[in-house]
Ligand binder design. Structure first.
Ligand SMILES: [Zn+2]
Length: 165
């Protein structure tokens, strides 16, 4: 049996900061935290960011006993991403909608609302196609643009590991 090395301090810090140095379970939020392996160390023999979550000793024991299962822990970890990532809940919902579409499907998008998806545009997660036939009202484009997910956006949603749930 390989002796378990400590979690590298940079990685440990990243996991703790992700959870704001509190238990990652929102109804707990205890301030005393351990770094827990979602897939147990004995099985994975690796310290990987995606597999680590900051939880308190009490929740840790409950996780070890299986009262809090791995899927739940992954969901708690995912919630932390939504809280701390730079994308709004609306933008995340939009990404999930776009991700679920067939490759040629688009979402009609009013161009005057681009501010709502500003960060998706900046991250190049979405492509905005402007149909040639435009309708303008008082100088403002009234006809919708076509919104599509980019390969980069698709990769981002895939990286959340929702399929593994
Ligand atoms: Zn806890």
């Amino acid at each position: 049996m390989v002796k378990r090395p400590p979690v590298p301090s940079d990685l440990r810090r990243r996991v703790l900061v992700e959870a704001g140095h509190r238990c990652a379970i929102p109804t707990c939020r205890h301030i005393e935290v351990d770094v827990h392996h979602i897939v147990p160390w004995a099985q994975c023999q690796a310290h990987k960011y995606d597999n680590l979550i900051a939880i308190c000793p009490n929740c840790h024991r409950r996780a070890d006993r299986g009262e809090i299962d791995r899927k739940s822990l992954r969901l708690y970890k995912l919630n932390l991403r939504f809280i701390h990532d730079k994308y709004s809940q609306f933008e995340m919902d939009m990404m999930f909608e776009l991700h679920a579409l067939q490759s040629e499907q688009v979402i009609m998008w009013p161009p005057y609302l681009n501010l709502l998806i500003k960060r998706l545009i900046e991250s190049q997660f979405v492509d905005i196609e402007r149909p040639r036939a435009k309708v303008s009202l008082g100088g403002m484009q009234a006809s919708p643009d076509h919104l599509k997910i980019t390969p980069r956006g698709r990769q981002f949603i895939d990286s959340l590991g929702l399929k593994e749930l």
